[in-house]
Design a protein around this ligand. Structure first.
Ligand code: KG4
Ligand code: ZN
Length: 329
């Protein structure tokens, strides 16, 4: 079964065709990140205009490789995200579904991040599992009883992990998106083992019994520390800030995995591209199997939408689907 997936929730436009929830036949991506960089973050209006500009050329490239008659269904992320960009993807998907007479499958973007782990692998994850979705707008910890049944254990109470990376990066003048820049600065310290002092920043909610996260206090702690100690090495601040975020995510996820006695941990979302996060999770791999998507499928892409659609089969009425910017898991 070949599914065409469309992703347009923020500043990436992804169009891909995935066969049987596993094999990527074609994967096309355009990003307005270079435009957004000039503004230090995503300007929703600009993102929407870029989505409108690139989506049809991307689709046209894709169907040159795999003809519409070989496509069995159209899938689209219909939320959460920025409403302008979302509308472009959703309305395009509806038009394709209507004209080509193919079923339309609605996908929650955050589920897409979970199913990015199935790309190129298929159904290799053993359930029950703990899911950790860490993106620019969300930090969700989930208990998956099986592939399509989950409960939310915790969420962030304020900033998402990716948002904290982006805000501190902006404060330090390291640009947008913040995660890769901070990771880059921090990696210099890990190499030379200079960072063997004490982390001056808290690990948020470490001792709390709740499975919720909170990253806004950490962000304030970093800013206050750097305002007070003007000569503090900014790269070292990146290193410790990243350690605090990664430790908060890993500690809570491992605690949930132990409590629920799961076989697998499944991580997804843009922050899942972080190598320090991968390294720290990997140190627990004797105890529980840890899954990360390939780096390119950690951040937003169309293949994850097509893959999620194969497993979820959430077929909706073509003409009535509406974008939902605040859709939750
Ligand atoms: O999932 P995603 O591509 O878009 C959303 O759904 O939000 O995630 C984007 C977020 C941004 O906040 C970005 O700074 C963060 O993921 N990110 C990273 C890394 N690459 C992207 N955070 C930490 N380390 C990275 N290597
Ligand atoms: Zn995302």
């Amino acid at each position: 079964m070949n599914i065409l997936g469309i992703e347009s929730t923020c500043d990436e436009t992804g169009v891909a065709i995935v066969a049987n929830g596993r094999d990527v036949l074609i994967d096309n991506l355009a990003s307005s990140v270079n435009l957004q960089k000039k503004f230090g973050g995503v300007v929703p209006e600009l993102a929407a205009r870029e989505q409108a500009r690139v989506i049809l050329p991307l689709i046209s490239d894709v169907v040159r490789e795999v003809a519409p008659k070989k496509i069995d269904a159209i899938a689209v992320s219909y939320g959460p995200g920025l409403i302008g960009p979302l509308l472009i993807g959703v309305e395009t998907a509806k038009a394709l579904s209507y004209v080509w007479k193919k079923p339309l499958i609605a996908i929650n973007h955050l589920s897409g991040h979970f199913f990015a782990n199935f790309i190129g692998r298929g159904k290799v994850i053993n359930f029950p599992a703990i899911g950790l979705i860490v993106s620019g707008g969300h930090t969700d910890l989930l208990f998956y009883k099986n592939i399509n049944s989950y409960t939310v254990l915790g969420r962030t109470r304020d900033d998402a992990a990716g948002e904290a990376f982006d805000k501190i990066s902006k404060y330090l003048g390291l640009g947008y998106p913040g995660g890769p820049s901070i990771e880059h600065e921090a990696s210099k310290f890990a190499d030379v083992k200079l960072a063997n002092g004490k982390n001056p920043f808290p690990i948020p909610m470490l001792s709390s019994q709740s499975y919720d996260f909170s990253f806004s206090g950490l962000k304030t702690a970093v800013v206050n520390h750097l305002e007070k100690h003007k000569d503090y090495d900014k790269k070292l601040a990146c290193y410790y800030f990243q350690e605090s975020i990664v430790d908060a995510l890993v500690n809570k996820t491992i605690r949930a995995a132990r409590f629920y006695g799961v076989k697998s941990i499944v991580v997804g979302g843009g922050v899942a591209a972080n190598k320090r996060l991968r390294e720290k999770f990997d140190s627990w791999s004797d105890e529980v199997k840890i899954f990360f998507p390939d780096l390119k499928y950690s951040v937003d892409n169309g293949a994850m939408v097509a893959t999620a659609a194969y497993y979820q089969q959430n077929v909706v009425d073509t003409l009535s689907l509406t974008a939902d910017s605040s859709l939750a898991l």
